[in-house]
Write a protein that binds this ligand. Structure first.
Ligand code: 5GP
Ligand code: ZN
Length: 113
């Protein structure tokens, strides 16, 4: 998608600090981290969020979770981490390209506050 910053990051047209890459998935550090480790995992192929995901995205979505599970320790997330995906503007989604936030490196209570 031409106007999408995460498509541009996936294509290498915008810079990012990559932590993981394969033919379908990119992991890179969030520009405005809210935790000591805050990484975004995206599919290279654009879809907006889980609400727009189709059955054709099923294997990719599963793979994203497995990749995160495998990469977490290497990212320093040995004490646990949280995965978040904001779906829609009212949930706080500001970039309309599906992404999983992976956050950790600090004690994370739930619910916050
Ligand atoms: P959302 O608010 O859509 O759930 O998450 C979007 C995330 O992307 C935010 O945490 C924001 O800090 C991050 N972000 C926005 N623009 C950029 C960028 O150009 N590069 C990187 N690495 N992260 C970005
Ligand atoms: Zn995109």
């Amino acid at each position: 998608m031409t106007d999408c910053i995460f498509c541009k990051i996936a294509a290498g047209e915008l810079p990012s600090t990559k932590v993981y890459e394969d033919d379908e998935i990119l992991g890179f550090r969030d520009l405005y981290p809210v935790a000591p480790v805050h990484v975004l995992f995206i599919p290279k192929k654009h879809f907006a969020n889980l609400g727009e995901a189709t059955a054709g995205n099923q294997a990719l979505l599963g793979k994203m979770l497995l990749v995160i599970g495998r990469e977490a320790a290497g990212l320093g997330l040995t004490e646990g981490y949280r995965i978040v995906s904001n779906c829609g503007e009212s949930a706080g989604q500001s970039v309309g390209h599906f992404h999983l936030h992976v956050m950790g490196g600090v004690d994370m209570m739930w619910p916050p506050g």
